[in-house]
Design a binder for this molecule. Structure first.
Ligand SMILES: NC(=O)c1ccc[n+]([C@@H]2O[C@H](COP(=O)([O-])OP(=O)(O)OC[C@H]3O[C@@H](n4cnc5c(N)ncnc54)[C@H](OP(=O)(O)O)[C@@H]3O)[C@@H](O)[C@H]2O)c1
Length: 324
């Protein structure tokens, strides 16, 4: 099924969403990670995503200090997209901040994304100076005032996620989602209790970096030196250096073989695994940087991996990630 319930809300979201970090246009430290995308490419990425059945978008305050939110709204307006037809998720930046800044800064989220309402507001990380109780009190205030519909978190461990859900339940609300890194090379949520708790409590796991920031596409294995031609900080990450590329090459080979069987790309196989292996609980946000990538990534919703293929990917991923 392509559409999945967003937590225990009434919203139906596509199993593939579009992550919008790459629309930061080099603003701010976090926003400089990907290098610059021009406006027409951003609009084309969004257009291909919508045409392929993607109905929701994930952005954040920290992505270009609001630039990503502005670019997303401008492109959706340019494409005449109706506000009822899309779901927007954004995030409050908690780093070195107290919870009262949730409401203080929310006017900027609304202004940047206008006319599209924020459906899901997430706490970006556990870095706030305030307690979970205090953060949720302010998030709940936004729900009560009708300014957001759903409350989410990101990068929250099991104890913190459980605490958040319990605090919200005491206020007759619920935690909708936890946005976590999840892909064939990082399966921590399967072993630290986050995935099980999410499944039991109808909390959606929003898998970020589902392609391990491009590593699982196989392109950096096939064309040595390609990563050095990429702009932004990614080229300096240890994961993209020769030793690490060599370690994961058995997985890259398996992805290529399965892709050839389906006449698809390795990236599509890696992405499909993320949204299929654990069923309804997991949806993925991918960061397409071209219209073609956006089209291919949305098409992942149109095919299925066989049980045998899922098993081979599971086993090879465990081997290269050193998972028992
Ligand atoms: N909550 C958090 O802490 C957090 C952290 C990270 C990300 N996120 C969210 O997750 C979203 C996605 O994660 P991400 O951007 O880190 O990683 P990702 O989606 O795993 O990787 C994105 C990169 O993969 C390559 N790619 C994408 N589709 C492709 C395709 N079909 N074929 C070949 N290459 C393809 C592109 O590389 P090239 O540009 O080199 O072509 C693209 O820049 C972000 O936009 C953001 O919304 C959240």
């Amino acid at each position: 099924m392509n559409n999945r319930k967003l937590g225990n809300s009434t919203y139906l979201i596509s199993s593939i969403g579009l992550g919008c970090w790459q629309f930061s246009r080099n603003h701010g430290l976090v926003g400089s990670f990907w290098g610059e995308m021009d406006e027409s490419t951003i609009t084309a990425v969004i257009q291909e995503s919508l045409q392929g059945g993607v109905n929701w978008f994930d952005t954040a305050e920290v992505y270009g200090n609001g630039m990503s939110e502005q670019m997303l709204s401008a492109s959706l307006q340019h494409l005449n997209e109706k506000k009822e037809d899309v779901v927007i998720a954004t995030k409050w930046n908690p780093v070195l901040r107290f919870a009262n800044s949730i409401e203080k800064t929310f006017c900027d989220r609304e202004k940047n994304l206008s006319p599209y309402p924020v459906t899901l507001l997430q706490v970006h990380s556990p870095a706030s100076l305030s307690s979970v109780e205090s953060q949720m009190q302010h998030m709940a205030g936004l729900v009560r005032n009708g300014r957001i519909e759903c409350i989410g978190v990101s990068n929250f461990s099991l104890p913190r996620m459980r605490k958040t859900h319990e605090v919200l339940q005491a206020n007759r609300l619920a935690l909708t989602s936890n946005q976590m890194r999840f892909n064939l090379l990082d399966r921590s949520i399967e072993f630290n209790g986050v995935l099980d708790y999410a499944r039991q409590n109808k909390i959606t796991i929003i898998a970020y970096s589902p392609l391990a920031q491009g590593l699982l596409t196989g392109r950096f294995h096939e064309q040595s030196g390609l990563i050095r031609k990429r702009s932004g900080f990614r080229k300096y990450l240890p994961a993209f250096q020769a030793r690490s590329l060599g370690r994961i090459s058995p997985l890259i080979t398996v992805l290529r073989e399965i892709a050839e069987e389906h006449k698809l790309t390795s990236a599509q196989i890696a992405l499909r695994w993320v949204i299929q292996f654990h069923g309804e609980t997991v949806v993925a946000i991918q960061g397409a940087s071209t219209a073609k990538q956006a089209q291919l990534n949305a098409a992942v919703m149109d095919f299925e991996l066989t049980a045998k293929e899922l098993e081979v990917l599971d086993n090879t991923s465990r081997m290269v990630s050193r998972i028992p």
